[in-house]
Write a protein that binds this ligand. Structure first.
Ligand code: C2O
Ligand code: CU
Ligand code: CU
Length: 424
């Protein structure tokens, strides 16, 4: 739908409901439906408006994770939507094709709102023709991955007192479905993966260890396909992979114990010893041939560290960044529009965190790996690890309204592991 000003219009209504997850029914929240929300899709250059209507009994917000847009449209903790109210942010899509997502960001309640089911995908298209499988739901399949614990009748994230990361579910949902499978009828399948879990980092592999091609990370396509057999995906991160199937076979996507990962980490209370089958891919007896993947996709728009005007450090410890908890009235960083900075993020803890920055897509300078290449907005940090990021502030400037940076383990975020930056 397009309005009189030529803007593409989306409507998202947050409300409570009951959802059948497949053999388990629970009280949930969703956008439009009872659980999760519709996939929104728009093209680079388009102007969009989203009418976010809150029919819940409490205040929430909706944040566009990975989107480059004015701070006042960002849907962070300052852009609250009270019960009965409709908030209609509008912006121009101005970034390459990517798999983004949206979710609430009410300070102190993000973990609860997301866990109840408020989340959805926002896909961006552009004019580049990368030669990837692109038939939505056929050979281009979105997979919203969430670990859940069905405790009693509800989806309550309030427990897990022993865990410093919050609830770790004991089963995996894909698009809100338990024990899911996917029927495919093409040789190549593109999976758009989102870790929409609150705390658990997934260590994705196929059960038979088959290789797959990583073609995109958070903010869009990589320079070329990268052949991998495993991929870490921490909360908030996205990845697009292309996998080949043979006629009639079953291939199982699994999350292997993260402590089995070469760059892995230990920790029972961070889910380090858990293994889950996520999705069974069922190939038809006869498969449509797929064109081979291109050898390269072309240049990736990334900040240039040689242009950096300064370095800032961010020490992650407990639920603090640089020793401080989130203060909605304090601006932690003022960056100058058009400049590039080096952000050095240091995990000072014995447990994992990750680091997400609003509005921008960063270049990970260190460590270097295919999974950290391309445009990233959320980066996992193992215990003791130091991340070096090049961040370019493309604006627009607004000295009064901040963007957020934070750990995307949602209990950490709610407990104040977040800071605010403005672009001036
Ligand atoms: Cu996905 Cu600040 O959030
Ligand atoms: Cu975000
Ligand atoms: Cu954290």
């Amino acid at each position: 739908r397009t309005d009189g000003d030529g803007r593409r219009v989306f409507d998202l209504t947050a409300r409570a409901g009951r959802h059948d997850f497949g053999g388990r029914t629970a009280t949930t929240w969703g956008f439009d439906g009872a659980y999760l929300g519709p996939t929104l899709r728009a093209k680079r250059g388009e102007r969009v408006v989203v009418n976010v209507r809150n029919e819940l009994a409490e205040t929430t917000t909706v944040h566009w994770h990975g989107m480059h847009l004015p701070a006042v449209m960002d849907g962070g903790p300052h852009q609250v939507v009270t019960p009965g109210e409709t908030w209609s942010p509008t912006w121009r899509i101005d970034q390459p094709a990517a798999t983004l997502w949206y979710h609430p960001h009410l300070h102190g309640a993000t973990a609860d709102h997301v866990y109840r089911g408020l989340a959805g995908l926002f896909l961006i298209d552009d004019d580049t023709a990368p030669g990837l499988p692109a038939r939505y739901g056929v050979d281009d399949v979105p997979l919203v991955l969430q670990d859940k614990s069905f405790d009693g009748d509800g989806l309550d994230n309030g427990g897990a007192f022993l865990s410093d990361v919050g609830v770790l579910g004991d089963e995996m949902l894909v698009n809100g479905v338990r024990a899911p499978y996917l029927d495919v009828r093409t040789e190549l399948v593109r999976l758009r993966l989102l870790n929409a879990g609150n705390a658990r980092t997934l260590n994705l592999v196929f059960a038979d260890a088959r290789p797959f091609d990583l073609v995109a990370t958070d903010g869009g396509l990589l320079d070329r396909p990268h052949r991998l057999t495993g991929l870490l995906l921490s909360p908030g991160e996205r990845a697009e992979v292309v996998v080949r199937v043979r006629p009639g076979e079953r291939a199982v996507l699994r999350s292997e114990r993260p402590d089995r990962h070469p760059d892995g980490f230990q920790g029972r209370f961070q889910g380090g010893s858990d293994r889950f089958d996520i999705l069974q891919v069922r190939a038809a007896g006869t498969l449509e041939p797929s064109p081979p993947l291109p050898a390269a996709f072309g240049p990736v728009d990334l900040p240039d560290p040689a242009q950096a005007v300064r370095t800032r450090t961010f020490d992650l410890s407990g639920t603090r960044i640089n020793g401080a908890n989130m203060d909605l009235g304090r601006i932690d960083v003022a960056a100058t529009r058009g400049t590039t900075e080096i952000w050095e993020v240091r995990n000072r803890d014995g447990s994992p965190h990750n680091f997400h920055v609003h509005d921008v897509q960063v270049r990970v300078i260190d460590p270097v790996s295919p999974a950290l290449s391309g445009r990233k907005d959320t980066v996992f940090a193992t215990p003791g690890q130091v991340l070096r990021l090049a961040v370019r502030f493309d604006g627009p400037a607004d000295p009064n309204v901040p963007y957020m940076y934070h750990c995307h383990v949602l209990r950490h975020e709610d407990n104040g592991m977040m800071g605010q930056f403005v672009v001036v």
